[in-house]
Design a binder for this molecule. Sequence first.
Ligand code: SF4
Length: 356
Amino acid sequence: MTAQWQKQMQNQVNTLEKLSTYINVSDDEKEAIQSLDTKWGTTPYFASLMDKDDPTCPIRMQVIPSMQEKVNKFGMKDYLLFKENRKTEEVRPDSIARQYTDRIAFTVIQDCGIYCRHCFRKELVVDQDLQLRFDVEEGLTWIGEHDEIRDVLITGGDPLLLSDEKLKYLIDSLRAIPHVQMIRIGSRLPIVLPQRITEGLKKAIGGFHRVPVWINTQCNHPKEITPETEKAVYELMSCGVNVGNQAVLLKGINDDVPTFKELHQKLLRTRIRPYYVFYCEPAPGIDHFRTPVEKGAELIRDALRGHTTGLAQPMYVLATNIGKIPLMPDYYIDDKNDAEYTLKNYKGETTRIPNI
Ligand code: SF4
């Protein structure tokens, strides 16, 4: 029997005709769909969240191609090869990307539930200009031979699109490697296809075990959170899988104070821990989503820190080829001398503590 989530994938909204059953497609959207040579599409569920008449709807902007993707002033060609250190001396399978000593990203699939227009892996999963070979067995063997690897991030594409059986095999195989201490899965499905969180999936990845599984999803706007999302996240947590969020800072989507604040408050209400906000990386064809670098730190200062619950504070980072560089508001230390620090809070009030 075909499960509901599989039917959603079979009925992906990826043609102008199908999209027109959800929204009044604008002339610009039509032109981009008809003229750009790019993979695009979404689950019917996520399409149903689109505003029918507003092309600036945050769901539409993330899903529907735009002619602005042809403008490429700052994007770097072969960005992923540079970003994921795929050109280093170390011999690794294509499926293994490495920036740190004790953890790696393990790519197991190239397909996604939606093809985000702002994706930094666009050359691989959306435009498919970059050809890499993702062999799961080869990756598992490499991880087994490297006892310094204690943390494995399973990524894609979207790994939760694998069947329950394949996921179970993957998780069981990693859990059987003595030096693997934790497994993370990067997946947008709790947001764009919450129907994927089934009893079968819970059995495949959940349960009490020496090696816990964490899921980090990507939710960029409060509109993406629905009662279906809330239920899916609850189901994951009830089988021992923690859920965090890795948002991307996107111009015109979440780069204003009210939206940024509402997003982080709503994530917490949904039991999703805000983990990172990423600067929109210099991948090709996504200049139109990029803000100034400082914007994320300003938003944390103006929307979150002091303004709402401490748990709702993600770390703002620039993900680079040498790892993640945090960039946080810098207003805390107003002055410092041999005797004391002068500290400032979110309201601009100051206080002093001794300099030990
Ligand atoms: S789901 Fe993730 S990998 Fe897939 S297109 Fe979106 S951002 Fe890229």
